[in-house]
Design a protein around this ligand. Structure first.
Ligand SMILES: Nc1ncnc2c1ncn2[C@@H]1O[C@H](COP(=O)(O)OP(=O)(O)OP(=O)(O)O)[C@@H](O)[C@H]1O
Length: 256
């Protein structure tokens, strides 16, 4: 059960090798290795402050590692810049924890915004079609003319995911998609993450503390422990251990 086992039939879309990242004296990532395969949902677990967000920011090119390599869709993220990095970022959708919607814009305008900014030659009809299609995919077509303040937390999450999907990314990075939601809304978001994978054929990394989410959406689970991915495999494989750094996660979520 390693982070980078060879799977001859699987295409690697993100490859992380021996990545190190420190802030001052704090060594956050200490030689992290991980692969994301095409078409899979990979859940990343780990205690608060272990570097999960740092890792996805490095993948998205928002932070740079101190050493090691990060390849996304075959490109070394820290070796490209300018237009190439912008192009690559369009192929990687980043669904932020707080949904990051523009409060002064309707749902329609929120969705149109990334599309119009990144694809200059679209007609009004094409923009409308893309907006309506992605809203339909997240089950919220009826909210198209509403303001974000009129939506529930779960609906805002869905719109945030729709806004990321509208650019049709090949890879989705979800940062704590179910944080702060009630259990039933969590289940709906988990179902949506699985539906997105089927409908848009995305490959995804999902950062979460929610083990029900991990179990429901994760084809594989990777646990970040002391700066590296020591446990990677199916949900059952990862938690089949007496490791005291791992067991409490499971016990807290499933045993009262
Ligand atoms: N830009 C930065 N400058 C300095 N320190 C940072 C920076 N970004 C992250 N850190 C530190 O790196 C560590 C890892 O942070 P990170 O946000 O990746 O944790 P996390 O695993 O995502 O935690 P959580 O589950 O609570 O979201 C933390 O100690 C944080 O303070």
């Amino acid at each position: 059960m390693t982070a980078t086992e060879n799977h001859p039939n699987k295409e690697t879309v993100i490859s992380i090798r021996d990545v190190k990242k420190s802030f001052g004296d704090y060594d956050v990532l200490r030689g992290a290795d991980l692969d994301l395969y095409r078409g899979e949902n990979l859940v990343v677990l780990g205690r608060s402050g272990t570097g999960k967000s740092v890792l996805i920011k490095i993948i998205a090119g928002l932070l740079t590692q101190d050493s090691g390599s990060v390849k996304v869709l075959g490109q070394a993220v820290d070796e490209i810049s300018g237009k190439e990095l912008i192009k690559l970022r369009l192929r990687v959708g980043f669904s932020f924890q707080n949904s990051a919607l523009y409060d002064s814009m309707t749902v329609r305008k929120n969705l149109e915004f990334p599309l119009v900014r990144n694809q200059k030659n679209l007609t009004k009809a094409e923009i409308n079609k893309a907006t309506e299609s992605v809203l339909d995919a997240v089950g919220l077509l009826q909210t198209i003319n509403q303001m974000p303040s009129e939506l529930s937390g779960g609906q805002r999450k869905r719109i945030g995911i729709a806004r990321t999907l509208i650019l049709q990314p090949e890879i989705m990075l979800y940062d704590e998609p179910t944080a702060g939601l009630d259990p039933i809304t969590c289940i709906e978001i988990n179902n949506l993450i699985n539906e997105v994978k089927e409908r848009y054929k995305t490959s995804s990394i999902i950062i979460t503390h929610d083990l029900t989410c991990a179990k429901h959406v994760g084809d594989r689970v990777a646990m970040l422990l002391d700066g590296s991915f020591e446990r990677v495999g199916t949900f059952e494989e990862v938690f089949d251990t007496d490791d005291e750094r791992v067991k409490p996660f499971y016990d807290y979520n499933f045993i009262d």
